[in-house]
Each structure stands twice: as structure tokens, then as C-alpha cells.
Design a protein around this ligand. Structure first.
Ligand SMILES: [Zn+2]
Length: 301
């Protein structure tokens, strides 16, 4: 599982920082999460294979999270894309994007499918045999969702030598990998645990931006491999966090601690701060395993 941060700063693009966007690579998928202004340039700069993007998840309709979307959709058209593109985002996103395409008379020549969200409960957005994607309802100034990406457990690992030693026919290997007991050529019942070991542990990623401090999300993100949680402010400016419905570094760390996550990635820093290390310092008092997102940074788990 690999996360590439394309942009992780709040509000306005600057000469050397970008608003929110990131790419998650999981089980051969390339998911784009949020698409702030400048996302296309960042995708190129970070050498992401953009034709592999089939699903785009937009957390909310504040500009710093989706102003790059219409540009990317239009570029896909210029690149003669044929594959479907699925866009998941708040109700209204279809109208915004369609209006721009309509007035420019530049409809896409590939299927552009919107999945508009309005539920305040957790929803399943996508699922295949390898993974699932669900919403994490967040509390912000407008309707907002985070996203939870979870791998499904793979097959059990076959201990080939052991299976051969016990004289198990090769045609039964598939059943063994699925966890079933089998009968050997000698007529003996072989318990599955004798010839297989546990599958690789599953990985999961929770993206939570933007949101006020909200302990209600904790049960949804329990023990995830990595949590990206916004930390727009430091505690010093905590009086700004609640009215703008954002979190501080300390609050993000409290959520990570309470959910027992493995890694916390901080981001969505207000551009008022010149040294983002201050976010790590503050969060470290509550939670140990912290990384700071920064534009162009990659995280592999
Ligand atoms: Zn916002």
C-alpha cells in the first residue's frame, strides 16, 4: 500500500505548496483522493500513471479539495480516454462539473459516472474481491466525508513441502488455500492448519480531511494501518479550530490514540505556519508513530 501526497496544505495554492490531493495505490488500484488546484501538474511531477486512475473520491466541495477536478476530467478527454471514470462526492458535484463541460461544449467521449453522496451514515462506495471503500462521515462547515480503504484477507499460504509429504493431491491445493480441510491420497483427513499458514495481514487506510475534532469517527477507523487526519492548526490557535470546523495537531493525535491506529499522517496545515515540524512536536505528546505529510512525499506500508 502506497500513498503519494500531491498536496496537503489548506486554502490557497502557493509557489511551493499545493492544496489537498493524494494517490493511494492498493491491490493494483490507483485511487485519487481529492483534487485541489494543481493536481494535474503534481500527478505529472510525481510520475503517476494517470490513465490507471478509475475512481476519484472527493471529500467536500470547498475549492481547495476539488478545483482541479474539471481540468483533469477535460485532460482525460484530450488523451482519448475510453475507460469509465467514477467520481464519488457530495450531491451537487455532478451539476458543477456538468455545467462547465456543457458551456464549453466539451462533453467527455468516455463514460463519466458520478456517485453523489448525501448520507450522514457510513456507506459502502466500492467493493471487489480484493478491497472495499467506505465513507467516514465527517463534521465540517459543509457536507463532508472521509474515506476508508480496506483490503480483504487473501488466501491462506500453502506449505507446499508439507502438503507433498502428506501425499495430498495437487488438485486440492486450491481448497487448502481457501481454508478447507482435505483428504490425502492415503485416505487421511488433513486439518487445514497442518499445511497452510495465515494470509498476509490486511492493510487499511483512513483519509479524514476536513473535520472538526470528532470522537464519533473512532469506531470506524479502529486499528487502521495508516490514518491521515487533518491538523489545520496548532493548539496555540485552538480558538480558530472549532468555528472553522478544523482540528489541531493535538486533537488529531487524540483520535489516532483512541482508535489505536498504527501510523498517523498529519496534513492540511494552515499556510500561516512556516515550520510544519511544530505539528509533529505537538502531536508527539499524545501519540508516537507520526509522519508529516508534505507535497511529493510517499508513504509505503
Ligand atoms: Zn474545507
Amino acid at each position: 500500500m502506497k500513498i503519494t501526497i500531491l498536496g496537503c496544505y489548506a486554502a490557497t495554492p502557493r509557489s511551493f505548496t499545493n492544496p489537498t490531493s493524494q494517490v493511494l495505490e492498493m491491490k493494483n488500484h490507483l485511487f485519487l483522493i481529492d483534487c485541489g488546484e494543481g493536481t494535474q501538474v503534481q500527478l505529472r511531477r510525481n510520475r503517476i500513471k494517470i490513465s490507471k486512475i478509475r475512481h476519484i473520491f472527493i471529500s467536500h466541495l470547498h475549492g481547495d479539495h476539488f478545483y482541479g477536478l474539471v481540468g483533469l476530467i477535460s485532460t482525460f478527454r484530450l488523451l482519448n480516454r475510453e475507460q469509465e471514470l467514477h467520481v464519488y462526492g457530495p450531491k451537487g458535484i455532478k451539476e458543477i462539473i456538468s455545467l462547465q463541460l456543457k458551456l464549453a461544449n466539451s462533453w467527455t467521449n468516455y463514460p463519466l459516472i458520478f456517485h453523489e453522496l448525501q448520507s450522514k451514515e457510513q456507506e459502502l462506495l466500492y467493493e471487489d474481491d480484493k478491497l472495499s471503500v467506505k465513507t467516514i462521515p465527517l463534521k465540517h462547515r459543509v457536507y463532508t466525508n472521509g474515506f476508508l480503504f480496506e483490503e480483504k484477507p487473501g488466501e491462506r499460504k500453502l506449505l507446499v513441502h508439507e502438503a507433498q509429504r502428506l501425499n495430498i493431491d495437487k488438485t486440492l491445493f486450491k481448497s487448502l488455500k481457501k481454508g478447507k480441510d482435505v483428504v490425502s491420497e492415503d485416505g487421511e483427513l488433513i486439518p487445514n492448519s497442518m499445511v497452510t499458514s495465515d494470509p498476509e495481514p490486511v492493510k487499511s487506510y483512513a483519509f479524514c480531511s476536513d473535520t472538526v475534532y470528532d470522537p464519533e469517527i473512532v469506531p470506524m477507523i479502529k486499528r487502521v494501518t495508516a490514518l491521515y487526519h487533518e491538523s489545520t492548526f496548532l493548539e496555540e490557535q485552538h480558538e480558530l479550530a472549532f468555528p472553522t470546523k478544523h482540528s489541531t495537531a493535538k486533537q488529531a493525535a487524540s483520535i489516532a490514540r483512541d482508535a489505536g491506529v498504527q501510523h498517523l499522517i498529519l496534513g492540511h496545515y494552515s499556510t500561516r505556519y512556516s515550520d510544519i515540524e511544530l505539528f509533529r512536536t505537538e502531536a508527539s505528546e499524545i501519540f508516537q508513530n507520526i509522519s508529516l505529510a508534505d507535497d511529493g512525499k510517499e508513504f509505503t506500508f
